[in-house]
Ligand binder design. Structure first.
Ligand code: GLN
Length: 501
């Protein structure tokens, strides 16, 4: 019998249409896999077997009745716990929200339901999406399926690990500074941050509203494209939602596999290499560039001098916005309450107990950066840097159609290794953060395994705003060239996990 957990979403779609499998069979196969491996991986915070199977049964019945169904109908999905889900617990990885069951759906949740995709459950994440390892989750870390002693990236480590462990074929992520792309990089999966405003943020628990963007996580570029088109589109409930058609990601991904890249200019960002980048990561990056060159692309070097300050600017803008967004967790409206007699003391005790160290650190940083005497020196300067970064991108995109770099400077590190060193943790996102500051789309896809440790390395493609389809085309071309060498997509070759006892 076919092991459906190894199939791509596109293969599942074809098999469902051909009647070779039912949605109930697909959903049950993934629930069984979750039961077998998630004790070790801990990708999920909540599993909704009953709800997923109910959706699957309804899809199968509709298909049997000859009803016209959406493309991904019946294909199961895992959802990052940052997305509000009606009737299903939502914590954003924080104990302050433990026990909260939302009364409404995020727009993206609603779209998944309309697409009739069985929702397997909610995936683990760093608390309020602050982190690069999921170790800041209030509910324990997730483990990387490539090596259970290593981090699966963050904040969306749960979503990425669920894909690499074959617990789900598709997952939702959110990317404020890299939380889709960095986990994709360290688990050899594919993750896409769409153009800012391309996917509605309504009902996604906010970290930093000017940077946050939801996006697709998958094991192949085509699968990410299929999910991107389900998630995207204008939403009147989100004031920053773009009022324009969803980019043609699927067509671009399919075309990319056959693509001749003659005439395509690929810009290598000079500043995102060298010091701090692991040799094996750079080696795999160079080899991917050679593949693109062999397909006809022209490789040019571009310089983005202001990127040097991107991390510093991000760690002023993000905490500033986060400190304001997190003010709503006041013990009155949602989740936890530590009763202390009066409102002020109750609020303070609840926040003291409910928030973890990293969240507190960023609230303090943000309130400080926004305080009257320091506003111009910190927040104001950071916003100026943001403008300079946008100008660097604009100039670079004059010289190249897409920009590329390694997604992360290193392969996944050991759990526990950087947890007490916030700066070392922050450095993971040095290559992903600029895209968020500029609002442009970015993709990470596997570039191989580093020769020195055998662990995944990622290749990042950035495109100008609104040109999401362009990176799907080039991503698919590279993926195909690499898969020809590896005998299939790298994510499909993740190690077989020992079945939990
Ligand atoms: N690791 C980054 C941070 O901690 C990115 C977070 C994110 O994209 N949500 O802020």
């Amino acid at each position: 019998m076919t092991d459906w957990t190894r199939a791509t979403a596109a293969q599942m779609v074809a098999a469902l249409k051909a009647g070779d499998v039912t949605s109930v069979e697909l959903t049950q196969a993934h629930l069984d896999r979750i039961a077998a491996v998630d004790t070790d991986v801990h990708a999920f915070l909540h599993i909704d077997a009953e709800g997923a199977l109910a959706t699957a049964r309804a899809v199968d019945a509709a298909r049997a009745a000859g009803e016209e169904l959406p493309e991904l109908a019946g294909v199961p999905i895992a959802v990052k716990d940052i997305l509000v889900t009606e009737g299903m617990p939502t914590t954003a990885g924080s104990t302050i929200l433990e026990g909260w069951v939302p009364q409404y759906d995020a727009t993206v949740t609603r779209k998944l339901r309309e697409a009739r995709m069985p929702i397997l459950g909610k995936t683990n994440m760093d608390e309020f999406a602050m982190g690069s390892s999921t170790e800041h989750s209030g509910f324990g870390a997730t483990h990387n399926p490539w090596d259970l002693d290593r981090i699966p990236g963050g904040s969306g480590g749960g979503s990425a690990a669920s894909l690499a462990a074959f617990e789900a074929p598709l997952a939702i992520g959110s990317d404020t500074g890299g939380s889709i792309r960095q986990p994709a990089s360290v688990t050899a999966t594919v993750g896409v941050k769409p153009t800012y405003g391309g996917v509605s943020r309504y009902g996604a628990i906010a970290l930093a509203s000017s940077l946050d963007q939801l996006g697709p996580c998958a094991r192949t570029v085509e699968d990410a494209a299929l999910l991107h088109e389900v998630m995207g589109g204008h939403d009147p409930m989100d004031a920053t939602s773009l009022n324009e058609p969803v980019p043609s990601c699927v067509a671009a991904a399919r075309e990319g596999r056959e693509a001749d890249l003659t005439g395509v200019r690929i810009g290598v960002i000079k500043e995102l290499s060298g010091d701090g980048y692991q040799p094996g990561v750079e080696q795999r990056f160079e080899e991917s560039l050679d593949k693109l060159k062999a397909l006809g692309a022209e490789i040019v070097e571009v310089s983005c001098p202001s990127f040097e300050y991107a991390l510093a600017a991000y760690y002023l803008i993000l905490p500033s916005e986060a400190s304001s967004n997190l003010a709503k967790f006041d013990s009155v409206r949602f989740g936890k309450r530590v009763e202390k007699g009066n409102v002020e003391r109750t609020m303070s005790a609840t926040r003291a107990e409910g928030f973890g160290d990293e969240v507190k650190r960023r609230i303090i940083l943000g309130t400080y950066a926004l305080s009257a005497g320091y506003y111009d020196a910190y927040y104001g300067s950071a916003q100026k840097v943001r403008t300079l970064i946008q100008r660097d991108f604009a100039a670079a995109f004059e010289q190249a159609d897409v920009l590329v770099s390694p997604t992360t400077p290193t392969t996944p590190f050991k759990l526990g290794e950087r947890i007490d060193d916030p700066l070392a943790m922050y450095l993971n996102d040095v290559a992903t953060i600029p895209a968020n500051l500029a609002g442009i789309p970015g993709m990470s896809l596997p570039s191989g395994l580093a020769p020195e440790d055998g662990l995944p390395t990622g290749f990042q493609i950035l495109a100008p705003a609104h040109e999401d389809a362009r990176m799907y085309r080039i991503g698919a071309a590279l993926e195909k060239a690499l898969a020809d060498e590896w005998g299939g997509p790298l994510a499909a070759q993740a190690p077989e996990l020992e079945v939990a006892k």
